[in-house]
Design a protein around this ligand. Structure first.
Ligand code: SAH
Length: 364
């Protein structure tokens, strides 16, 4: 895995790779994949549809990006279905996997990796089976319809749904780039409303596409307490806001108004908010909700500077395209140097965690 995507591996819209694989990411991936495999296995063992007569198992991975993670997920799912089809005496089962991301995603990168992906698949499971796995791409926002009605059994999304469709309209949030402790109450309200609108739209759009009893496994960032300015969801961004402001005050590299007018299209919900949206939307039952916590400095080393650097690089890989569009490229190295120092200073005083939710939904 070349990029870290704790938040948003946005190389699809032009991000560079600043960070090598991290233990946080590995640990997140393996936990999510276990849940994905268990869910698919459960679908077959509990006969969501008679397995013997199922011709094609149809899967969609939405917000797939274009790094090796993309095909890692595909490969794991194919292996799971291969094993199940053997166990269940349905060797003719075909698999369709639709990969979705925004239109600027580097789909070419995924498609160019497919020939060697298929070679490896053939080595593992034989030519005949490799001919039954169909991988395709859909470039569109997952807040809109992506697939025909009742055309998919299983939808997966990893580390994408904390990204909103847009920054809340008319947001006045001077001196911050996301929710922070001293934001005005209407900032919290605006972010929450945008998430409610987007997340319920996501669920509603998928509800048309998923077959009855089909499932979704969704992993995204959240927060641990109802308070919307909790450290585990805001601190990382507030440190970045302060690093941008350092460019205003110390180096005069940028105008304050330019920082004031930048806000992230992101939301880190509390568990109850997620549950409430699912209940109100009514198309899905929430079968499971797992909450995972990861230390910012996962390796627990004493070298806070190193931890700061790793984390700052993660964030840079994730959001640089957004920053470049708003601020230009010139001073970004200075911002991230400052950001590294600020994260390191923070870690010297306090341990902070990321919160990730994985939820499993079943279509009614
Ligand atoms: N699922 C991958 C990549 C996560 S990075 C993994 O877990 O490794 C988040 C991805 O979500 C990015 O590629 C981004 O372009 C995509 N994304 C964000 N908003 C989206 C939207 N509205 N529709 C589709 N994809 C979106």
């Amino acid at each position: 895995m070349s990029n870290i995507n704790i938040l948003h591996m946005n190389q699809g819209v032009g991000g560079k790779s600043y960070a090598k694989n991290s233990s946080i990411q590995m640990s997140m991936m393996s936990k999510t994949l276990t849940i994905v495999k268990d869910t698919i296995t459960d679908m077959f063992t509990n006969h969501f549809t008679p397995f013997e007569i199922l011709e094609t198992f149809k899967i969609a991975d939405v917000g797939c990006a274009s790094g090796p993670n993309t095909l890692l997920f595909v490969s794991e799912v194919i292996d799971t279905v291969y094993n199940l089809s053997n166990q269940n005496q349905n060797k003719s089962l075909e698999i369709s996997i639709v990969l979705n991301d925004l239109h600027k995603n580097d789909f070419n990168n995924i498609f160019s990796a497919l020939p060697s992906f298929y070679n490896r698949l053939q080595e593992r499971h034989g030519y005949e089976f490799s001919q039954k796995c169909f991988i395709s791409g859909v470039a569109a926002s997952f807040y809109e319809r992506l697939l025909p009605c009742k055309s998919v059994h299983f939808v997966h999304s990893s580390n994408s749904l904390h990204w909103l469709s847009q920054v809340p309209n008319n947001l006045k949030n001077k001196g911050h780039i996301y929710m922070a402790k001293d934001c005005l109450p209407n900032v919290f309200e605006a972010y929450k409303n945008q998430f409610y609108k987007d997340f319920s739209s996501f669920i509603n759009k998928r509800s048309h596409e998923i077959l009855p009893s089909g499932r979704m496994v969704l992993t995204f960032m959240g927060r641990s307490i109802p308070e919307p300015s909790s450290n585990d969801c805001c601190c990382l961004w507030e440190l970045l806001a302060q690093s941008l402001l350092d460019m205003v005050s110390q180096q005069g590299l940028i105008q304050k108004e330019v920082v004031d007018s930048f806000n992230l299209p992101l939301y880190t919900p509390y568990t109850d908010e997620v549950k409430e949206i699912i209940m109100e939307e009514k198309s899905f039952d929430l079968e499971k909700m797992e909450i995972f916590k990861y230390n910012w400095d996962q390796d627990d080393n004493n070298d806070k500077k190193k931890s700061g650097e790793i984390l700052a690089n993660c964030i840079r890989a994730a959001i640089e395209p957004m920053l470049r569009t708003h601020f230009g490229e010139l001073f970004l190295n200075n911002v991230f140097k400052r950001y590294t120092e600020r994260i390191a200073d923070h870690l010297k005083i306090e341990k902070t965690k990321f919160i990730n939710f994985t939820i499993c939904l079943r279509k009614k």
